[in-house]
Design a protein around this ligand. Structure first.
Ligand code: ADP
Ligand code: MG
Length: 195
C-alpha cells in the first residue's frame, strides 16, 4: 500500500503515543545492558517529530520523511538517533521513485545496516526491522510477528552498541532499540490505511 503524507502523519502520532506511554519501560530495558537513556531519547525524538510536522506541514512524502529524519537525528541522540534518522532519510530518497511502504522499508533497513554495520542476530533494532519488513513485503505482518521479533533478542549476545561491551552478560535481556522499533511496527499495524 502507498505511504502518504496523511497516513505517515497518523503513523507518527500513534508512535508518539506508544513511546510516551512506554518511556520508562524503554529506559528500564536500557539500564542493565546500556546507560538507561533510551526511553528519554526516543520520547524527546517523537515529540520533536510532532512539533516539526505541525510547525511546517509537509505536502510531499519526500519532505515529510526528511523532516522526520531531521527531528530524530537532532533530538534522539545516542546510537539510536542517527540510525532511526538514517532509516527515514533513506525512505525520503526512495520516495522519489515509489510510495510503496514495503519498498520504502527495504531502503530504510539497508540504510540502518550500512550505517550501523549490524546484521540479524547481533541483538539490535535490525532484529526487528529486517524480519518485519520481509513480512510486510509478503503482506502478512501481524502483532504476533512483532512480539516474536522483539522477543528473539532476549537470548542473543549483543555484538553492536553499548550492550556489546557486556559480552555474554548481555544475554537474557530484551534489546531496548528492538523494543522501540517493535512499537514503530505496532503503530504501523494500527495505521490501517498503510498496510
Ligand atoms: P546509546 O546506546 O548510545 O545509549 P540508545 O540507548 O538510544 O543509544 O540506543 C540503544 C539501541 O541502539 C540498542 O538497543 C540497539 O537496538 C541500537 N543500536 C546500537 N548500536 C547499533 C548498531 N550498530 N546497529 C543497529 N542498532 C544499534
Ligand atoms: Mg542508551
Amino acid at each position: 500500500m502507498p505511504l502518504t503524507v496523511k497516513n505517515l502523519t497518523t503513523w507518527f502520532s500513534l508512535y508518539e503515543k506508544i513511546i510516551t506511554e512506554n518511556k520508562n519501560y524503554l529506559s528500564e530495558l536500557d539500564t542493565p545492558i546500556g546507560d538507561g537513556d533510551h526511553g528519554n531519547n526516543m520520547a524527546r525524538g517523537v515529540k520533536a517529530v510532532q512539533q516539526s510536522l505541525i510547525s511546517k506541514e509537509p505536502t510531499e512524502l519526500t519532505d515529510a520523511c526528511k523532516q522526520i529524519a531531521m527531528a530524530l537525528i537532532s533530538k534522539v541522540g545516542g546510537a539510536s538517533g542517527p540510525l532511526y534518522g538514517t532509516a527515514f532519510l533513506e525512505m525520503a530518497k526512495k520516495s522519489k521513485e515509489t510510495s510503496d511502504i514495503g519498498e520504502l522499508l527495504i531502503a530504510a533497513v539497508a540504510g540502518i545496516k550500512k550505517r550501523g554495520n549490524a546484521k540479524v542476530g547481533d541483538k539490535t533494532m535490525i532484529d526487528v526491522w529486517e524480519p518485519l519488513t520481509a513480512k510486510i513485503n509478503e503482506g502478512t505482518l501481524s502483532s504476533k510477528d512483532v512480539t516474536e521479533a522483539v522477543d528473539s533478542t532476549k537470548k542473543m549476545v549483543a555484538k553492536k552498541g553499548r550492550a556489546s561491551y557486556l559480552g555474554d552478560r548481555s544475554m537474557n535481556h530484551l534489546d531496548p532499540g528492538a523494543m522501540s522499533s517493535g512499537y514503530l511496527f505496532t503503530a504501523l499495524i494500527e495505521t490501517k490505511e498503510i498496510l
